[in-house]
Ligand binder design. Sequence first.
Ligand SMILES: [Zn+2]
Length: 307
Amino acid sequence: MAIFDAHCDVLYRMHHDNQLRFDQANGLHITYEYLKQAKAKVQCFALFVPDTLPQEIKFKTALDMIDLLHQEILDRHSDIHLIRTRQDIDALGEDEVGIMLTLEGVDAIDIDLVKLRTLFRLGVRSVGMTWNNANAACDGALESRKAGLSDFGRRIVRENNRFKVWTDVSHISEKGFWDVLEEAEFPIASHSNVKALCNHPRNLTDEQMKALFDKGGVMGITFVPSFLNESGKAQIADILKHIDYAASLGGANHLGFGSDFDGIETTPRELTNYGDYPVLINELLKHYSEDMVKGLLFENFYRAMPL
Ligand SMILES: [Zn+2]
């Protein structure tokens, strides 16, 4: 069954540690073999530029990560392609994999929309305003000020709309979430879970989920153990609880997965890396109809693509 996974940090890890190889099982959650083994169809690769880097090297760091994607992954594998649109996905062969670039936090563009548009032209198809802290666009989920979008942040969302790019509300402050919902034509939550089941500031309230679903957005249930279970230890059963809860709020056709593989240090017990996706698929098929499972795994995010 085809898989569309809306978030991972493999580029960040490879950029951070140049010993890590996409072609070897050497500690990455996502490798060439794992993607092929689990029959990945679309994997989103985030550009995550830590806010601790000096501003003058942040944009260059995002470009370095895109270069790494081409040099180490796309140029070496004729069956992996950068995709931008549904048409690009439709054009993939049976065993081919599409990679979609996403931006996790706009720190890399400073206050320069030229840099944002340059990233769009290089393939970025989704923009999250910030990581957990504040930046020029918005406050993140862990920022004590709890502010929403700045005027610059609103300009970014309008630019996302104009270029038909997703605006990703994962990591954003609650106020920021509501500002984005007001402004964005294509909102998603690439990797977030249900707050009522696990009270973490990164998770979404019932009202937030309902508003996102009403706007046609999709929420990627994430495998981050501390967003699945307050004990910090999670298993597939926890993932099913989050799906059931969000589906009961009208989300049955608005849910997918955003694993956060390679952005997490621990994983749910049965999902130690991307190659374990089939274990999750088997469990899903025991609990839900085949149509619902296809929606969760692939079709809901695919259908929500702006282009
Ligand atoms: Zn994240």
